[in-house]
Design a protein around this ligand. Structure first.
Ligand code: SF4
Ligand code: SF4
Ligand code: SF4
Length: 328
């Protein structure tokens, strides 16, 4: 049977998506038997030149968000050469954690990282430049003004959300590679995840009508293991998040932070959650509680942007508004 040509390239990553493949254990042998790995820096020795010289790839897998011009070039090259392009991990699908950078200007971020942190010794306040270092034949890639999910630039054939995707998703993707050996091509737009919300897979006792009297954080008191987090006043993004992770945070008695991205037909995960929370905030009692009291309740939420958009800010409507303004 012919071997499938496979390449992996990267945007802005933490390395967790590579590690997710290691979790597949013996199934990796099936991948090695089915695929010729043309380029995958974390797994086989190879140079960018090898990828540049390869004319056609059967399956290209992209990890990470688009943060620099180099990431965009790498993505566009992979798309051009690949019959099937996979967005692997939440960073590639929705911008992920790197996307939170879109709430601050890049220059402010650089100053924080290279000047303001206590452990940094940089008395001249020098920031990294983007010039060429001719002696070292090195060119630092320019930062783009915004972090983006890969679908902002290219067509995506398979989506594998998760931060990182669980081993079950990795196994299913390996099966896709094996199927390609027999010319079985997956449907375009395939999501290796569920089509329903995480709440549909959560075994905690859910309230018939959700009413939140006050918010609290996970460290503020005991968390009941069998009761919905929202009923306990703890923010859990289950209602607006795609299922498919095996409810791994919920099982560890931690609320969902939304890493599988929005449920189908919801464009903006954070806004949808905000509207659900607003109606749960004692809406019926609004007249008795009064606007000021309601505002106090909402102020109890620390870092709402980080809470509601932890993984999806770069794919949100707010982010797209910035894109419109910047014409980026
Ligand atoms: S999706 Fe998560 S694990 Fe994968 S690169 Fe992004 S931050 Fe890391
Ligand atoms: S909101 Fe969270 S805890 Fe409640 S049912 Fe949904 S996933 Fe489970
Ligand atoms: S429970 Fe939510 S945050 Fe945790 S792995 Fe599942 S989708 Fe991701």
């Amino acid at each position: 049977m012919r071997k499938i040509k496979l390449a992996v390239d990267y945007g802005s990553i933490c390395g967790g998506c590579d590690v997710a493949f290691i979790d597949a254990g013996e199934k990796l042998i099936e991948l090695a038997n089915a695929a010729e790995i043309v380029f995958w820096p974390a797994v086989v020795d190879g140079k960018e030149e090898d990828l540049r010289k390869t004319r056609e790839i059967d399956i290209g897998i992209f990890f990470g968000a688009i943060r620099t011009e180099r990431h965009k070039e790498a993505l566009e090259q992979l798309r051009e050469k690949s019959r099937i392009l996979v967005a692997f991990g939440t960073c590639a699908c929705y911008g992920g954690i790197p996307g939170l950078a879109n709430s601050v200007e890049s220059r402010v971020l650089l100053k924080k990282g290279y000047v303001a942190t206590k452990s940094t010794d940089n008395p001249d306040g020098k920031l990294p430049g983007f010039e060429e270092f001719k002696e070292a034949a090195l060119r630092l890639p320019r930062l783009r003004s915004l972090v983006s999910p890969i679908c902002d630039f290219v067509d995506v054939d398979i989506w594998v959300p998760g931060c990182p995707p669980p081993v079950e998703s990795v196994n299913k993707l390996i099966d896709v590679v094996k199927d390609l050996q027999e010319d079985q091509v997956p449907p375009k737009g395939l999501f290796i995840a569920e089509g329903r919300s995480l709440c549909d897979f959560c075994e905690r006792e859910k309230p018939e009508v959700l009413r939140i009297k006050r918010f609290r954080r996970v460290h503020e008191g005991e968390i009941k293991r069998d009761e919905c987090f929202l009923k306990q006043g703890i923010i859990c993004l289950g209602p607006v998040t795609r299922g498919g992770c095996g409810a791994r945070c919920i099982d560890a008695n931690m609320p969902c932070r939304g890493c599988f991205g929005p449920v189908p037909n919801v464009e903006d995960q954070g806004t949808r959650f905000l509207s659900a929370v607003a109606s749960a905030l004692m809406a019926e009692e609004e007249r008795e509680v009064g606007e000021e009291e309601l505002r106090k309740l909402i102020d109890e939420l620390p870092d709402p942007l980080g809470l509601f958009y932890m993984y999806s800010l770069a794919a949100s409507i707010i982010n797209r508004r910035y894109l419109d303004l910047e014409g980026d």
